[in-house]
Write a protein that binds this ligand. Sequence first.
Ligand code: FE2
Length: 309
Amino acid sequence: MSTANDMAEMPVQLPRNPANAAEGRSRYFNSGNAFNIKLPPVPGHIFLDEPAQAMKMEKTGFINCDQSDKMQCSFAATTPLMLARYAVVKAGETLDTTLINTASIWYVIKGKAKLVVGAENASLGKADVFLLPGGVESQITAEEDSVFWAVGNDPQLKFDTSSPVTGKDAAVQFVHYPADEIVHQLDVVYGSNANASTSGHALIFSAEKSEAARNITPTMTLSLNTLKPKSEQPPHKHNSAAITLVVAGDPAYSMVADQKCDWSPWATLITPPAAKHSHHNDGNTRAEFLIVQDGGFYYHARTMGFEFY
Ligand SMILES: [Fe+2]
């Protein structure tokens, strides 16, 4: 009888004599073999081809920033819990934006369009932000050639095989943040004294339904960060992954895990969980960048792990 088996080398343990199908579906592992699956790390990356393709306006549709292969993920994902995508809607055409997520956060890169969300609608223009509830029928019809950037928690729902809750129990409602209102609200922030621990001014987007948590959705946060000319945000880290859209900054760059990522218009920068990072504005104009993080998730779990270096 062999007793020298290393528990880490043991295969899955099966039930001996299952009395029925439910017992037959049970499986057992041990403390040696259950936790030794090595997942590849979340790649730090700056997406340049996807925005370039979107700006070419070849056809109406989505262009995903997909890193699922590198993360060994069986569904489209930019980070384990979030998917970033560009959306192109050619003038006169309509894009179905009904998505399977809790919500998606949208930014209008260029164009003019009409948005219908369930029984509501809105006119969209450049630099508007809007929040789309998942599972609610929505569509964008472009009046001019339009390009959008959107981040949703689609992978989170795929991972858990869950579907969005709609109606009165929905976590998220449709919210529109028009560009001129964003400029005004950011001016209000600029009019206040900066906190000594931050070198930049940021506008944090929230919504009526999530005001108490100061998030935009239960798991995601949205921040419009700015850096004055010739300034930088010092190196720091957090356990949330960040997906950043470059809005303005010439020249500007980010350091992610000691790798320099030069900014270019409408690029999407990925900051992996717990990676050291900093943002730098070398130019003579204000740098602006829109950051979506799965921060709500980590705040709730008390595992944000924010630290300056
Ligand atoms: Fe950060």
